[in-house]
Design a protein around this ligand. Structure first.
Ligand SMILES: [Zn+2]
Length: 683
């Protein structure tokens, strides 16, 4: 159904990425992507005036956004290539002959997704069990029982429930209750009164109405229901905490007993919910936003039960839409793909099905992917670079003039404890209890998602499983987890354009090296620094050093807030420097650390220029080029509200403006745009 968000600091937001053209199943895997591409460069631009335009100008001109995409960049090129590889694996897995249990499982799942005629024949049948249960709700307790049932099947409704490491003892995992239940990507869509937000709500109501009609409701009924959905969700949005405020872990740190939260929000009938949601029994938990529960408690007390039933019907239909008939899939695309993201057309079915297989059985498909693409030597090579960049950070901390030795000692301790996870997990997930049938795509999806929910709930009140991965091996991304204090690089990203076996160090350090440094810096950004070496939310800074850090972080936040993300007929939107603070800190830190590591390898040995560029120039160009991208205005608008990462242009230009190494490499002088007047630097 839909991808769930999870709380890790990734390199880029998990994006919905699709294809350029409809291709026949026999079309072959696209060529490997160049790591360093002189054809991407626009030599008519002065690198000291606009480095991003210089590094990527020709690439951007030659790579317009394909009609079925909202964003097209070099990450997406690689992801696209991975889709072809995965399709080959899935096509072979379906072919007759002796197959392993893993192959049979992923092949059958993929086949069930591709079988559109079986899906059409079922019409709205997959929705019916859930809708009938909702119809049968008679009391407030029934309502909570139904929400528990929906959560078991991974259908979002009213609030979120999951497991997470205890913020004060990360070795134990506990239950966590959180705000939730809205459908639009952020609470601000429901609250803001600017013309674009008003228009978005109007389009949303029209979309909900159409979906209710597809589910069989009469137009006038559907219209009234859509308005009810907006009213319910607006209440939930008003009670929700702003995502920038939530960056501070303190705002989410509320351990309490079940009796305490149940007493503070009696209309939630939490005792009924916990008894029915399939989680083990527990007596204490964390509540990320207790005020949400107190405020919505009132809404639950005043709004008629019938309105809540309408809302639950909507959440069910919306969640199921991608696995239902063409009519549902198309209406879902018109709103979420076209209106919200600016895609012109839907991606071909096979790509959606490959992604669905990765989303639902990703650790099984991932094993087959790793067997085919990633040898043990891939792990070793990456580990060597990780160690070189960790050494650079050690050196960097040692050189800081603003940090006391007391805090430095703790910082080293944290750095030395970081766990490096590379490529794929040590043990593969066992999906053998998930029933996958050839002609039951919706059922397969629900069962796979229910399995995932159970896997998550089973962690409650158990020792934390630090070896569990949050991204599947083919994913083109990387992440850091504060409670685990680990950096993770899936196999999908450890290839061109991020890493080239035959490339010079300068280029590999500028690409994957900066990615490694970026993830490492997350352990020490505005959020990460608040967790200690064990992953506990605990202050290990002297008050003076914390003040020095905050001053430097504020500099970065203010610096990025000056730049414009999108300017269209609906007006101009600037970056939110506070929302993107951690990622911007990581970009600047990553660029600095990988540069230090490269210089310690090169030393004083002269390196011959290649393609007309010296080693340090190649380093910065490789960095610039991993962010070459084109984005639709609609997608840029959505991301500025929801994405903690800055757009590619600013990830590159602001980081190099702050880099003395860059200015030296390209001979940029004070007063030129790529030389910041007051360069911000945290790490
Ligand atoms: Zn990041």
């Amino acid at each position: 159904m839909r991808t769930r968000m999870f709380c890790v600091f990734s390199l880029l937001l998990a994006a919905v990425l699709c294809s350029a053209q409809t291709s026949s199943p026999s079309s072959s895997i696209p060529h490997e992507i160049p790591v360093f591409d002189t054809n991407a460069i626009d030599k008519s631009i002065d690198p000291c005036v606009d480095f991003y335009q210089y590094a990527c100008g020709t690439w951007m001109k030659n790579n317009p956004i394909p009609p079925d995409k909202a964003r097209w960049g070099r990450f997406d090129e690689l992801f696209e290539r991975n889709l072809y590889i995965l399709r080959d694996i899935l096509t072979e897995a379906q072919a007759p002959g002796k197959r392993s249990a893993t192959e049979t499982m992923v092949g059958t799942f993929y086949g069930s997704c591709m079988d559109e005629s079986a899906i059409e024949k079922k019409k709205t049948a997959p929705l019916m069990p859930e809708l009938e249960r909702i119809h049968g709700i008679k009391t407030e307790a029934d309502l909570m029982r139904q929400i528990a049932a929906m959560h078991r099947n991974s259908i979002s409704a009213l609030f979120d429930f999951s497991s997470q490491p205890d913020m004060h003892d990360s070795s134990e995992t506990i239950a966590n209750l959180d705000q939730g239940g809205i459908t639009l990507p952020d609470r601000d869509y429901y609250i803001k009164d600017d013309p674009k937000s008003v228009e978005t709500r109007q389009k949303y109501v029209e979309h909900v109405e159409k979906m209710f009609e597809l589910a069989g409701d009469k137009p006038d009924v559907a219209a009234a229901e859509a308005k009810t959905v907006l009213t319910v969700e607006t209440g939930l949005a008003q009670a929700a905490m702003d995502r920038t405020v939530r960056r501070d872990p303190k705002t989410r740190d509320h351990k309490m007993t079940v009796a305490e939260i149940a007493g503070a929000a009696p209309n939630f009938n939490l005792a009924v919910y916990f008894a029915d949601n399939g989680s083990p029994r527990f007596t204490s938990l964390n509540v990320s936003n207790p005020d949400f529960f107190k405020q919505v408690n009132q809404q639950l007390g005043t709004m008629p039960l019938e309105d809540w039933k309408v809302y639950l019907r909507w959440k069910t239909i919306d969640e199921y839409a991608p696995v239902l008939t063409k009519a549902f899939v198309e209406e879902d695309f018109l709103f979420n793909g076209k209106y919200m993201s600016g895609k012109k057309e839907m991606e071909p079915r096979w790509k959606r099905c490959v992604k669905a297989t990765d989303g639902n059985l990703g650790m099984a498909l991932g094993k087959l992917y790793v067997d085919r693409t990633f040898g043990a030597e891939g792990k070793e090579r990456t580990l060597k670079m990780v160690q070189a960049i960790e050494n650079a950070m050690r050196q960097d901390i040692g050189q800081l003039t603003w940090m006391s030795d007391t805090t430095k000692k703790k910082a080293y301790e944290k750095l030395n404890t970081i766990v490096n996870n590379i490529g794929y997990p040590d043990t593969w997930r066992d999906y053998s209890t998930v029933v996958i049938k050839p002609d039951d795509y919706a059922g397969n999806t629900v069962r796979a998602e229910a399995f995932d929910v159970q896997r998550d709930y089973k962690k409650i009140d158990k020792p934390t499983d630090r070896k569990d991965w949050r991204m599947t091996p083919p994913t083109v991304n990387a992440y850091y987890r504060p409670p685990m204090n680990d950096i993770n690089f899936p196999a999908g990203i450890l290839q061109p354009p991020f890493y080239g076996k035959l490339m010079d160090d300068a280029v590999n350090y500028g690409a994957i090296g900066v990615v490694i440094g970026h993830e490492l810096t997350h352990g020490f950004d505005d959020q990460g620094r608040k967790y200690d070496a064990e992953g506990n939310f605990r202050d290990w800074w002297t008050p003076e050093d914390a003040k020095e850090f905050e001053a430097r972080a504020d500099c970065t936040a203010n610096e990025y807030s000056n730049f414009v993300s999108v300017k269209d007929d609906k007006g101009e939107v600037k970056l939110n420097g506070k929302l993107t603070l951690g990622e911007n800190t990581a970009d600047n830190g990553g660029l600095k650390l990988a540069y230090m590591a490269l210089n310690s390898i090169i030393g004083d040995t002269p390196v011959k220029p290649l393609d007309g560029y010296g080693a340090t120039q190649r380093y910065f160009l490789a960095y610039g080029q991993i962010w070459c991208q084109n984005v639709t205005d609609q997608e840029a608008r959505k991301r500025v509200m929801t994405d903690p990462h800055s757009p590619g242009r600013w990830r590159v230009n602001v980081a190099v403006q702050n880099s003395a190494g860059f200015q030296q490499a390209f001979g940029c002088k004070a007063g030129q745009p790529m030389v910041a007047e007051n360069a911000c630097r945290v790490w």
